[in-house]
Ligand binder design. Structure first.
Ligand code: SF4
Length: 404
């Protein structure tokens, strides 16, 4: 049995059949997970200037770049183990680097609120056992965390929900489009306009307070009545919601104050993004966007990868287990042309294609072991199932740390 690292659900019930050191078959994994476990379509090879070299030579070149950099940045780590993330924090401290991850432009704001205990949250196991009202808000779990509904939320029987989804659970979707998750919500789909989440929350809070909301009063009063009756409710806050209210996340805190039986869970995508946020938070009190300077930690929006590239304030970028070239706008990414990029990853990515130095590593959870933090905060063990020709990213970072 291994743990799937295809998303932040970290399913621990995956069976794999290995033959000749390659995955022949997987059981229990969803399609996304099975693809992840099968490994890279295109395996990365060590290279400098896109020309293959020995891995030790690519490491030496990476060390030289980081040593010479006056304003280096380390970025990524959502697909790295806790152990690798902790090494990255040590490395960033040692070379006075800025450190950021993808949560900086997705769920970081929400996870920060969770870590500061700003609203009630709960575990996935509690949801399976107790939850009766499930609100998928700006979240298409069916596509992004494909076993969410079947393992934890809507479909399974639970201690207090023996009659399952047929009678004991109600699923609601609030979204700008009728997603695959919304289609399962049997008529409880509330369509909102793009960036309309704030207005929707305000109207819902009015309805919960007994006022007649100005925005779609009939539907709002109907929704407020359902939410008020919940015994154990959960709002699954997806990226759609977080993007939309990112400048006013406290409005979600205000909504949760009006719903005493509700819990909020950030729907995390990358398997250990929450791990990065927690590890950095434990070390510095911040979840992302930091810069280390002679033993001090500075937290500022200018240390987000977006701002740093826009303002040209970094002179070398180390990317680990992430692909900013495929996820950031071209106007931002164009700045990468003027600085050396080092990429550590098991697979060829858009970022590795423009990197000066590529250092391949083992695929965590199948070729290397470690731990990760599930979307609800549970620490999960990752087990190695087969050998790799390459070191894991923790060891690559350890070597960089030792030599620099
Ligand atoms: S739901 Fe996520 S963790 Fe579970 S098998 Fe699918 S991809 Fe893997």
């Amino acid at each position: 049995m291994i743990t799937c690292t295809g998303c932040a659900l970290l399913c621990e019930d995956i069976e794999v059949i290995i033959e000749n050191n390659s995955v022949k078959e997987t059981r229990n994994a969803c399609r996304r997970g099975a693809a992840r476990i099968k490994g890279c379509v295109n395996r990365m090879v060590p290279s400098i200037d896109q020309k293959p070299v020995d891995i030790d030579i690519s490491l030496k070149k990476a060390i030289q770049i980081l040593k010479n950099a006056k304003a280096p940045m380390l970025f990524g780590f959502g697909n790295s183990t806790n152990e690798a993330q902790k090494k990255a924090i040590q490395l960033a401290k040692k070379i006075n680097a800025a450190l950021d991850d993808t949560s900086s432009f997705c769920q970081g704001h929400l996870i920060e609120k969770v870590l500061h205990n700003k609203f009630r949250t709960c575990s996935l196991d509690e949801i399976r056992n107790k939850a009766d009202v499930l609100v998928y808000w700006g979240s298409d779990a069916q596509d992004s965390q494909p076993r969410h509904l079947s393992r934890f939320s809507y479909f399974p029987r639970g201690e207090l929900r023996q009659r399952g989804y047929e009678e004991d659970r109600l699923a609601i979707a609030i979204d700008v489009r009728e997603s695959n998750t919304a289609k399962i919500c049997k008529g409880h789909f509330y369509r909102i306009p793009l960036k309309g989440d704030r207005e929707f929350i305000l109207a819902l809070m009015d309805a919960l307070s007994g006022k007649v909301p100005t925005y779609d009063p009939k539907k709002m009063l109907e929704l407020a009545a359902i939410l008020k009756k919940a015994e154990f409710g959960v709002i699954f806050a997806g990226i759609g919601l977080t993007y939309s209210i990112k400048d006013d996340i406290d409005i979600l805190v205000a909504l949760s104050d009006k719903l005493p039986n509700f819990h909020i869970m950030p729907m995390v995508g990358h398997y250990n993004m929450r791990g990065f946020n927690e590890n950095l938070f434990n070390e510095t009190g911040f979840v992302n966007r930091v810069k280390f300077s002679e033993g001090k930690t500075i937290h500022d929006d200018k240390y987000s990868i977006v701002e740093a590239l826009k303002e040209n304030t970094v002179d070398a970028l180390l990317v680990v287990g992430s692909d900013p070239v495929s996820s950031l706008p071209r106007s931002i990414i164009s700045h990468l042309a003027s600085i050396p990029v080092i990429c550590i990853d098991p697979c060829v990515t858009m970022t590795s294609k423009i990197a000066i130095v590529n250092i391949p590593c083992a695929v965590s959870g199948i070729e290397s072991s470690g731990t990760a933090i599930r979307m609800d905060g549970k620490v999960v063990e990752l087990k190695k199932a087969m050998a790799s020709n390459y070191p894991d990213d923790e060891n690559v970072l350890k070597r960089l740390l030792e030599v620099i």
